[in-house]
Design a protein. Sequence first.
Length: 216
Amino acid sequence: MLDLVVFDLDGTLVDSRADLAQSANAVLEQCGCAPVAEEAIGRMVGDGAATLVARAFVASGCPQPADALARFLSVYNGRLLATTRAYDGVEELLDRIDRSLALAVLTNKPLGPTLEILDGLGLARHFSRDLIVGGDGPFPRKPDPSALRDLARRVGAEVSRTLMVGDSIIDWRTARAAGARICMARYGFGFHDFPVDELGAADWVVDSPSQLISRL
């Protein structure tokens, strides 16, 4: 029995890989660096923009200038919804489960871009504003479990009756550290390097958002 479902954003609710990759490569190009493959950049997502930018410059084999993060944020914030879309089945999933469960978003992306993406894709209506937590809020970023535990507290749910849905090892570690249940989105671009041998017997893995409907 569950009381709360907490979703990661990038790679779980929305496919934002192309926008993130094109923004990172635009900054690399500005700095005279070689581009990095979109798939490779997708595997760098999850620990926040600063880490993504640093990883992109390392992958390019190019020194990172001091203003690289500011350049990336300027480019990316101007194209948040250029190609980013909700994964097929996400809207149906949210429509079905928000009638009976509290829903939240927990992401390492800053709150402003998170809200813009959710609003722009028509997904924000499924989440109370106080149940959307970004990486620039009062809590440490995932995989620290503090924000996940606080979301459960806000809705009066036991953490053991909370499900974290995400696509990366960061999300898995967050849920594990909090004592929450886990559902891994194998369709997400962060799952590529996930150590599947670390999955527990009670951990769920789904190949599409639609599969989660039957689980819930």
